[in-house]
Ligand binder design. Structure first.
Ligand code: HEC
Ligand code: HEC
Ligand code: HEC
Ligand code: HEC
Ligand code: HEC
Length: 440
């Protein structure tokens, strides 16, 4: 005991011991426990402290060595002191490596990406939570596997963090995201393009803005198809086909040239109206291989409109469609977008007064339905109101259709075979979808 007391009899060695204990405890803590998802700052602190402590420990170490070198009177147990410092230093380095691994792992969690830069990522995070990929982590699409992209993402993350700290970023965040990892290495880890999907039936239930909220059901069958190259067909044929295209604008909404590899030959298509812009030099340097993201650019950050979300809630029975004018009133509260979420919720709450004033007997009879509808509409408000980032349901049109944005019609019905300009790429409805299911 006396021996130990003598080793730790000065403040410098004691400070070194304290730092060492703190590092050890933190690393063990971070390794063993799941950090609370809802408090990412806690995780940043728990992980970020380790390198800071390590630097402090290093400074103490250097001081202690210098002191024992230059001081006149040799301190007691000088040898053991140095031994302890070296031992603590060596163990701390190992701890730092482990801690580093955990830190990298932590920066890949959804909690870190989605909540830390709360304001910037809030809309994407919110849309993602309500999407088919809500169980896929941000990093699985934005980083993928392998060390190279891990490092790249951390390096490109630094200016991003700086721009958040200085609030110097564009609102909304511009797309297409330039340095996104190719879909081959992310999406295709889970969805293999050779898989043949066949025809996909989509039913779409909508409600009119009349007193009865008249229901309408559309059914369309999408010919997704796919399959291995050579035999692939229908919509997912583009993936097997190795199709190159030349975008003429930043947003990739205007396409000037397409080349499809076919048994060593290149079958070319051009837009006769803009032939001059698709020069051979531009094609050589700017062409892109079409991949999943050229159609599924909204794979997970799907910003749906109040109309769509209200229709869906009504179709699922979450909003009682026997409430007169509920569709009209719900949409009126949320379109056009409100200046703040509080305001949106305020307007949704106002629906109660609409029934009290105009349909008092309905309100008395179906009070519970009105309350349930309001609760559901608060959720719709949350999914559609992003004034801080200036995002609405129109900000990021999807390319996987042709109604809200050109999508498929960037090429179909527009570009023609280079050697036969009368043959445009077909824009007939049938090869893509049909609306009547043949019953036999
Ligand atoms: C299923 C794959 C996938 C997941 C999971 C995913 N993203 Fe994305 N994200 C994309 C794609 C693809 C784009 C590119 C869209 C484009 O270029 O038009 C994108 C774009 C973005 C953008 C740019 C703005 C926008 O709306 O396009 C932000 C910000 C973003 N993602 C943040 C996140 C965050 C935060 C998470 C996790 C909470 C996440 N992403 C999870 C696929 C994904
Ligand atoms: C880690 C695995 C994983 C990755 C990576 C991934 N997905 Fe998915 N994706 C899924 C799962 C699981 C579903 C099915 C969800 C369901 O059926 O509810 C799905 C569903 C889909 C759907 C159908 C959505 C719908 O409305 O039914 C599309 C389209 C899709 N993914 C495209 C993409 C694209 C594009 C990417 C790359 C940006 C991607 N996925 C990356 C796992 C993944
Ligand atoms: C030419 C445009 C286009 C390309 C390229 C494309 N898709 Fe699709 N995909 C569609 C359309 C359109 C649908 C059907 C409607 C929808 O789900 O949006 C669809 C449907 C899907 C579905 C749902 C299928 C089902 O059976 O539920 C998945 C999963 C999917 N695509 C993944 C991918 C992946 C992964 C890639 C890249 C390898 C890809 N798609 C490339 C247009 C495309
Ligand atoms: C970059 C240009 C481009 C875009 C964008 C595009 N296509 Fe195509 N598509 C083509 C070309 C080129 C062909 C081959 C045309 C031919 O053989 O005459 C084709 C062929 C097809 C075929 C027939 C495939 C077969 O079985 O032979 C379908 C179906 C199709 N596209 C659907 C879609 C859908 C759906 C979208 C939007 C989600 C879309 N395409 C977007 C260029 C494009
Ligand atoms: C190149 C392929 C292609 C062609 C050609 C095409 N469509 Fe579509 N259409 C799509 C895709 C993909 C969607 C999106 C489906 C989805 O998300 O469920 C779509 C969606 C639609 C929708 C539903 C929109 C909505 O939001 O409810 C209608 C209506 C429609 N198409 C009508 C037509 C008609 C009519 C024609 C023929 C004049 C046609 N389309 C030609 C691919 C095509």
């Amino acid at each position: 005991m006396r021996y130990l007391r003598e080793i730790f009899d000065d403040w410098l060695t004691r400070a070194a011991a304290l730092v060492f204990v703190l590092i050890t405890v933190l690393v063990i803590f971070n390794m063993r426990s799941e950090l609370p998802e809802e408090h990412p700052m806690f995780g940043v602190f728990a992980h970020g402290m380790i390198p800071i402590l390590f630097i402090i420990g290093g400074v103490i170490f250097v001081f202690a060595i210098l002191r024992s070198e230059i001081s006149e009177q040799v301190p007691r147990r000088r040898h053991e002191k140095l031994l302890f410092l070296m031992f603590a230093g060596a163990v701390s380095i190992i701890m730092l490596v482990f801690g580093g691994f955990k830190l990298v792992e932590f920066t890949e969690t959804t909690s870190f990406c989605g909540q830390l830069c709360h304001e910037v990522m809030y809309p994407e995070y919110t849309a993602y939570q309500a999407s088919p990929h809500s169980r896929v982590s941000c990093a699985e699409c934005h980083v993928g596997s392998g060390a190279e992209y891990l490092v790249k993402s951390k390096v490109s993350g630094i200016p991003m963090i700086m721009s958040v700290l200085t609030e110097n970023y564009e609102r909304p965040i511009p797309t297409p995201v330039r340095n996104l990892r190719p879909a081959r290495e992310t999406c295709q880890q889970c969805h293999w393009p050779e898989k043949f999907s066949g025809d996909l039936v989509r039913t779409h239930t909508s409600f009119a803005a009349d007193e009865q909220n008249t229901r309408k059901v559309d059914v369309r069958v999408l010919r997704v198809g796919g399959g291995e190259s050579g035999i692939a067909r229908d919509i997912h044929w583009h993936i097997a086909a190795r199709l190159w295209y030349l975008p003429l604008d930043e947003k990739r909404q205007e396409i000037g040239w397409v080349g499809v590899e076919d048994q060593g030959k290149l079958v070319e298509y051009t837009d006769p109206a803009r032939a001059g812009e698709a020069t051979p030099e531009r094609i050589a340097t700017e062409k892109r291989l079409m991949d999943c993201l050229d159609c599924h650019n909204r794979a997970t950050h799907i910003f749906r409109s109040p109309q769509e979300l209200v229709d869906e809630a009504m179709a699922r029975g979450k909003i009682d469609n026997s409430l007169p004018f509920i569709k009209r009133e719900a949409v009126k509260a949320l379109v056009p977008p409100n200046p703040s979420l509080a305001e949106a919720i305020n307007r949704v709450e106002g629906i109660r007064n609409f029934y009290r004033g105009n349909y008092p007997e309905v309100y008395d009879r179906q009070k519970q339905s009105v309350e349930t509808a309001i609760a559901e509409l608060r959720e719709v408000a949350r999914l559609t109101t992003f004034p801080e980032m200036r995002i609405t349901w129109d900000s990021y049109p999807s390319n996987a259709g042709h109604q809200e944005a050109p999508g498929c019609l960037r090429c179909h019905g527009k570009l023609a075979k280079q050697d036969d300009l009368k043959r445009t790429i077909s824009a007939d409805c049938q090869p893509c979808h049909y609306f009547e299911i043949p019953v036999s």
